[in-house]
Design a protein around this ligand. Structure first.
Ligand SMILES: Nc1ncnc2c1ncn2[C@@H]1O[C@H](COP(=O)(O)OP(=O)(O)OP(=O)(O)O)[C@@H](O)[C@H]1O
Ligand SMILES: [Mg+2]
Length: 202
């Protein structure tokens, strides 16, 4: 084989391997989301599996899954401060589902030209990791905001299951974390998740 052809074949193989990895990863993520949805419908609580977890990688996977949906709506997905976060003790698969639902909810609310940003920081004295999902979207009136993470949540989508926010709430609870929402009509919404850095004491 010519040297040039060999280099080309190698590049082709690498591209194929990368694509296969993306497909396998996506298939696993879809399976995890279906399981989380099934649990949410049944009201079941599967015990979380805590392992060392890199939030940056988890959020990157969420963005890879939703980037096309966002791009079709003219919305930019951004990550800030995630690479600098420490490795935390968490159930990465379930955190993916929580972040996925938050970003998935934000995208349709954002007018073209806007953004959805996942930010991370640490409150070292409290050993808490703070994750926010902030959008430049339509925002929520107080009555919608107040019901958001309750059993009285409303959906503004035809066919909306209202399970997205339930899943987020369940995942945060499984991590003994806390969730809060700030929203202003016409300005946007920021959802904040606070998670313990470690679960050794649980
Ligand atoms: N970032 C946001 N900005 C404005 N409204 C939001 C935002 N996130 C959630 N909401 C409101 O909360 C409602 C409930 O969200 P939830 O994820 O529980 O259900 P859904 O998104 O309507 O349905 P599904 O998750 O099945 O698509 C949404 O329909 C929307 O009205
Ligand atoms: Mg939703």
């Amino acid at each position: 084989m010519r040297a040039g052809a060999r280099v080309e074949a190698e590049a082709h193989r690498e591209a194929t391997d990368e694509l296969s990895e993306i497909i396998v990863n996506n298939a696993r993520r879809i399976q995890d989301r279906v399981k989380e949805l099934a649990d949410a419908v049944k009201g079941a609580t599967t015990a979380p599996e805590f392992h060392p977890c890199r939030i940056a990688g988890c959020a990157a996977d969420v963005m890879t899954s939703l980037r096309r949906y966002a791009a079709d709506k003219g919305v930019v997905l951004q990550a800030e401060g995630l690479d600098a976060l420490p490795v935390i003790h968490a159930d990465e698969r379930r955190l993916f589902n929580a972040l996925y639902n938050l970003v998935d909810n934000a995208i349709p609310e954002v007018p073209a030209g806007g953004s959805v940003t996942v930010r991370g920081s640490v409150e070292a004295d409290k050993e808490v990791l703070v994750l926010t999902v902030a959008d430049t979207g339509k925002g929520m009136p107080p009555d919608v905001r107040e019901r958001l993470f309750t059993s009285g949540v409303r959906s503004n989508k035809s066919g909306g299951t209202r399970l997205g926010t339930k899943i987020v709430k369940d995942v945060v609870a499984a991590h003994k974390g806390a969730i809060s929402v700030e929203s202003a009509v016409g300005v946007g919404t920021t959802i904040t998740i606070r998670l313990p850095l470690t679960h050794e004491r649980l």
